[in-house]
Every structure is written in C-alpha cells, then in structure tokens.
Design a protein around this ligand. Sequence first.
Ligand code: CA
Length: 236
Amino acid sequence: MNNNKYKLLLIEDEENIHNFVTALLEANGYQVIGARTCAEGTMLFSSHCPDLVILDLGLPDGDGMEFLREIRRGSVVPVIVLSARTNEADKVQALDLGANDYVTKPFGSAELLARVRSAMRNFRYSVHSGAGGNRYESQGLVIDYDARRVFCQGTEIKFTQIEYNILAFLSAHPGKVMTYAAIIKAIWGYNDLGSRKKLQVNMANIRKKLGAKPGEISHIVNELGVGYRMLRSDEE
Ligand code: CA
C-alpha cells in the first residue's frame, strides 16, 4: 500500500454508489476507507484521520448532517456532501454546517473527481494563506486588508464600509460558497427579513464597481439561491 496516497473516507449506504465511488477514487490514486452508517463513519473518522470525507445524508442510523455537525466541532477536514436531496434548504444547511461542497445525485465521475480535487486544493490554499496573508490577489484584483484598500487592474476602487466588509469576507474564503445567512451574520450580525435584500443591493454595487457586465462572471460567482463565491487566484 502506497502511504503517500490521499486517504478519503466515504460514508454511503447505497451499495451501488458506494462501490462505484470507491472504484472511481481508487482508479484515480486515492485510498478509500468505506463506511455505511454514521456510527461506522464516526469511528473510522477518528481512527484514520482522513484527508477528505464524502458524506451521504440519508444514512440508516441517522442523518449525515449530524455527522457533519459533530466532526466540525474539532476538525477542518474538507467534506463533500453527496446527496439525492436537491432542494436549496438542504444545500444551505450543509454548507452552513461547514460542508465544503455539495454534489447532487446522480452525478458524473468527472464531476465528482473535479470536486474532490477542488476541495483538497481549497483546503491547502486556506491553510497556507492563513499565516501571513494580508492581501488577496487574483486576476488584477488586489485587496489590501491592512489598509482596507481595493485595487482593480492597478486603479483604486472606493467601496462603502459595508461593501468592503462583504468583499473582504468573501475573499477570505476563496473558492468556497458562502451562504447568504453566513455573509449576513458576518456583516450585520443578525438576520432579518430585509437582510437578504440589503445584501443583494450591496452585491450589485460591488459587482458594478468591479466592472462586471450583467451575466458575466467577474471575481465573484453568484450561486443562485445559495450564496456567493469568490474566485480563487488559480481559477478562470
Ligand atoms: Ca443513503
């Protein structure tokens, strides 16, 4: 057994999917540890310290959300939720509980592999940029956190304090979808009926100032119905 392989914990009770995902990941050089219940997943998680977890939500002895809530008390390991639940509320809940990504069944093998690579990359990125990262830099956009100044293609752009706070918050989590609730909580500290509207108005202004044309992706991706995601420096 090659010890340099990334170790992935797969928690999935559907035999077909379990076997398919295991074969797919192993064929692509990952080591896979398989669990079919929450209890087994929890046990293997603590004994194996995996590099990434792929988590089904509907498990025989409980909900994958509970597993997620439990491990997030003490671990920042990337978690990809794999689920047949397609509604936004479930996606939002999983992301708010700390899932790094959400893949809806049925899914393609190329897609799952891409999400796995991306989750690992983001994880390494956030770990490495945490130390001395007083600056965000991507595609001509520079955010200087110490000076609270923003430059786009060399020109300074003036943002209101709220706009700047949103931008700084999103850019501190590059590549990760931040849900509306998470952004609102971080910026305003509370969530009321008008908050979502306020956020949307501010986001529209931020995007305009960054030079985004309607419908065009520019630095920030709008994940419809879920939240916003700042591009990582190695994207697009
Ligand atoms: Ca299931």
